[in-house]
Design a protein around this ligand. Structure first.
Ligand SMILES: [Zn+2]
Length: 162
């Protein structure tokens, strides 16, 4: 049976397969030893990547995505390094759950914080939505706009002189 196939890595309570996070600690649930289901392969894969030493301590915010997709992306990046994370709507942005819009905080257990920040630093996502310098994508967009403007001026100039 798939019942109680999931176990919380922190408090060790078991949960049925429909849940992703422990209702008590908010930790992503991992699979217990004996689990015969094959529908859960992807989640099992995710759970397998989580390193137990990163599941200790209170949850702290390490990044903020501008939307659910960006937060999920950050979350997956962290998972690749074994750090479990929880995506939560940023405080002060209480919109209905069906809306994918709005910033999301990415939280990790304190023991995984240093690793998470390192991962984010390497991927230049640590300042997502923050006040620091322009991000590479925006820089490129600005450069392209400048090139287009110069092209337009040259083109208008050639019309006027002919
Ligand atoms: Zn728990």
């Amino acid at each position: 049976m798939a019942d109680e196939a999931l176990v919380c890595p922190r408090c060790a309570t078991t949960h049925d397969a429909g849940q992703r996070f422990c209702p008590d600690c908010g930790m992503p649930l991992t699979f217990s030893e004996h689990d015969g289901t094959d529908v859960a392969t992807e989640r099992q894969e995710r759970a397998r990547k989580i390193q137990p030493q990163y599941t200790e301590g209170d949850l702290v915010v390490v990044a903020t995505g501008r939307n659910q997709a960006e937060a999920d992306f950050i979350s997956n990046l962290l998972l690749e390094e074994g750090v479990p994370s929880l995506v939560r709507r940023s405080r002060g942005f209480d919109v209905p759950d069906m809306l994918a819009a709005g910033p999301r905080d990415v939280l990790v257990p304190r023991s995984g914080e240093a690793t998470a920040r390192e991962v984010l630093l390497q991927s230049e996502l640590h300042d997502a939505g923050g006040p620091s310098g322009p991000r590479p994508a925006r820089l490129l967009a600005g450069l392209l706009a400048a090139v287009a403007l110069v092209g337009l001026i040259v083109w208008v100039g050639s019309l006027v002189s002919s």
